[in-house]
Design a protein around this ligand. Structure first.
Ligand code: SAH
Length: 216
């Protein structure tokens, strides 16, 4: 990695660790191995390692690093798992999930075709080969490859789309931002007793989830 990016990445990681948004060594390794500057448009390269969301295409954003580390850590990814991500965007979060599952697979659904193309190009540059990017409405999930050990929704939901809860494996975890103008990050588990909330943290802002079970 070029020195200017390496320095900026080290500073970002130190900041995330000090502010307790990054605690897990495996997630730190993922941040070091999946360079964020490969996932931003050329106009944003100077800001790639700022702890800020950045514009990509079609009025969408690459997520803020602190949000990506928080969501990834809560989801407690294990090697070999099968993951469903809704809202591929740039593909950066997707690549981090792919790094953590190793031999497992990530299915990532994106509703905007231009972003599907952008994410596929970015993932290809890094030689990521355990990801399937699907052009579709992710609010109905992707039943073909279900059930999933883990599901991550990276766009704001008014409520969690029911098809996604259906497609979660028993014991599986789902994370999503839930709410209208401001959202809470909610971590849910599917148990024998039903869906149980494990964690909840407020004051996040995501772009809205579109589609059939998205924003009306
Ligand atoms: N995590 C991504 C950013 C996600 S932004 C990154 O770091 O780059 C949210 C994404 O969700 C946007 O790309 C948006 O187009 C997509 N999206 C919104 N509604 C969707 C839906 N119903 N199905 C799939 N993708 C959707």
């Amino acid at each position: 990695m070029e020195k200017k990016y390496q320095t900026a990445l080290n500073d970002l990681i130190n900041y995330l660790k000090n502010s307790r948004f990054l605690n897990d060594k495996k997630v730190e390794d993922a941040f070091r191995n999946i360079p964020r500057h490969e996932f931003v448009p050329s106009s944003e390269l100077d800001y790639a390692y700022y702890n800020e969301p950045l514009p990509i295409k079609k009025n969408q954003t690459i997520s803020q690093p602190a949000v990506v580390s928080r969501m990834t850590e809560w989801l407690d990814i294990k090697q070999g798992q099968k993951i469903l991500e809704i809202g591929t965007g740039s593909g950066w979060q997707t690549a981090i999930l792919s790094y953590l599952v190793g031999q497992g697979t990530v299915y990532s659904v994106e509703i905007k075709s231009e972003l599907v193309k952008f994410a596929r190009e970015n993932l290809e540059k890094l030689g990521v080969d355990n990801v399937d990017v699907i052009l579709s409405d992710g609010s109905i999930g992707y039943s073909k490859a279900s059930p999933y050990d883990r599901i991550m929704i990276t766009a704001a939901c008014t409520e969690i789309p029911l098809p996604l809860l259906d497609q979660l494996a028993d014991g599986g975890l789902l994370i999503a931002p839930v709410g209208d103008s401001s959202q809470s990050l909610v971590l849910l588990q599917k148990t024998k007793k039903g869906i149980v909330e494990i964690k909840n943290e407020s004051h996040y802002v995501f772009v809205p989830l579109l589609g059939k079970f998205g924003k009306k």
